[in-house]
Design a protein around this ligand. Structure first.
Ligand code: GDP
Length: 454
């Protein structure tokens, strides 16, 4: 009788490597500059086609404004997917969560007619909480800092909450379910916080009031608590499309950003896996969001910053004011050197180049292609702050264009000089343009490569 012989290279069923059975279609969106690259529009466009939208780092300092079917939604902590029906939105363990802010944000979004239930929103049980004491510490430190040492934080307690996570003294979502654990966790945190507050001249924490606040918020958070790592692994096995929604930008990454003027989490794409509990193989495509020029909010190095009429023009035309803080953003020429660096550290497969239209009408455009440090040419920004300060940008000049690119939806609608600029950006950063954005409207986008196509 014929008996099938299993080829030794083919493992027995049940032992197949997980990755081979899975449809590869998970996309990470990551800002490739200092944030505010226009992630909101691109994430919204992609989230329509994803099954799961997951936040994997940061806190409620991210400010996304979404316009869906003419309605404007303002989101800080919630993933962009919540405003679309039939999607699972996930807050991963890599995030730090202010439960009071989240409850207010959910209420505001519900008032706009959006349904949010434990089936559509899940929060990882191992997510550390941002407590009121974190915001107080954040603001007290910024006030006490002298010029040059301020980080320019949003004052929402995100940094101190991450410090407590690493210091193993966080109150986490799961702790809200058990009163004895909750009290023990608070006491542990206060052992650290009270002496710190004394040093900064802030009154000690009102322990009982804090515990009461946590007991009160617990029943509003716990229904959404879930083993996110498990749910997402199951979704992945079922071939669902996951969109990882990054906040801030790779130049603010705690390790690879312009330290210490950085955010307090890893922002680069690798964090998407650790920030929800999936393996690194779960990331199939990394889309870097890149603005056609450069902006930065707050303090810290910015080699191509313009303190002149060109800088003002970029700021005015680009409406460069922060969504969360309202702060005026610093503006400058495109820094290809820095974006090449962030494309490398995040393994970017393709970029979405945004706000090309803001460059309309410049006679000449400059692109930074490297730095000069004491006469030596560098093709990356050195790590040492003192060397960064001495780096001067080396520019390449390109002719600008006088026609409008605003609202262009095809290459044919772009002037030849604009196409040349885009092509030069691709060459210099070593990464192709997958999407080109020419206005805040979602339709005003030129699609070259679909990140979700498998
Ligand atoms: P995010 O934090 O990365 O989402 O960026 P922001 O939302 O803070 O900044 C993006 C701003 O630029 C928003 O007001 C968008 O509507 C707008 N925007 C996005 N893409 C474009 C574009 O291609 N052209 C113009 N003019 N504005 C854009």
């Amino acid at each position: 009788m014929f008996r099938p012989v299993r080829h030794p290279a083919i493992p027995a069923r049940g032992l197949e490597p997980v990755a081979e059975r899975i449809i590869m279609a998970n996309v990470v969106v990551v800002g490739a500059q200092w944030g505010d690259e226009g992630k909101g529009k691109i994430v919204d466009w992609l989230s329509e086609r994803a099954d799961v939208i997951a936040r994997f780092q940061g806190g409620h300092n991210a400010g996304h404004t979404l316009v869906v079917d003419g309605k404007v939604y303002k989101l800080n902590a919630l993933p962009s997917g919540v405003v679309r029906g039939g999607k699972l939105s996930v807050i991963g363990n890599g995030v730090v969560l202010d439960p009071w802010h989240l409850v207010r944000e959910i209420a505001a979004i519900r008032e706009q007619g959006v349904t949010i239930t434990p089936e559509t929103l899940m929060i990882a049980e191992n997510t550390p909480l941002i407590l009121p004491i974190h915001g107080e510490l954040d603001r007290a430190r910024e006030e006490a800092a002298s010029k040059g040492t301020k980080i320019g934080t949003t004052g929402r307690g995100i940094g101190p909450a991450y410090e407590d996570k690493v210091g193993r003294r966080s109150v986490r979502v799961a702790d809200l379910a058990d009163d004895a654990t909750l009290v023990a966790r608070v006491d542990r945190a206060l052992q650290h916080h009270d002496p710190l507050r004394r040093g900064l001249g802030i009154a000690p924490v009102d322990r009982d009031a804090l515990i009461a606040q946590l007991r009160e918020i617990a029943p509003q958070i716990l229904p959404y608590a879930a083993p996110v790592w498990k749910v997402l692994n199951e979704k992945r096995r079922a071939g669902k499309r996951i969109l990882f929604e990054g906040a801030q930008g790779a130049l603010l990454d705690i390790d690879f950003g312009t330290y210490p003027f950085v955010t307090s989490s890893n922002v680069i794409a690798g964090q998407a896996a650790t920030g929800v509990g999936l393996g690194p193989g779960a990331i199939n495509y990394v889309l870097g969001i890149v603005k056609a020029y450069t902006t930065r909010v707050g303090e810290g190095p910015f080699p191509t910053e313009l303190d002149d009429a060109d800088g003002n023009r970029l700021g005015t035309r680009g409406h460069e004011f922060g969504t969360v803080t309202g702060r005026k953003r610093r503006c400058g020429w495109f820094d290809a050197c820095l974006v090449r660096q962030t494309c490398a550290t995040s393994g970017v497969n393709g970029i979405a180049l945004t706000k090309l239209d803001v460059l309309d009408g410049f006679d000449t455009l400059k692109i930074c292609v490297g730095y000069d440090l004491d006469g030596a040419r560098l093709d990356y920004l050195p790590t040492a702050a003192e060397q960064q300060a001495r780096c001067t940008p080396v520019y390449e000049e390109m002719p600008g264009w006088s026609q409008s690119t605003e609202g262009a939806r095809s290459w044919a609608e772009l002037p030849a000089e604009a196409i040349k600029y885009v092509r030069r950006v691709e060459e210099l950063i070593g990464c192709p343009v997958a999407l080109l954005s020419t206005s805040p409207e979602r339709e005003d986008t030129i699609l070259v490569t679909d990140p979700f196509a498998d």
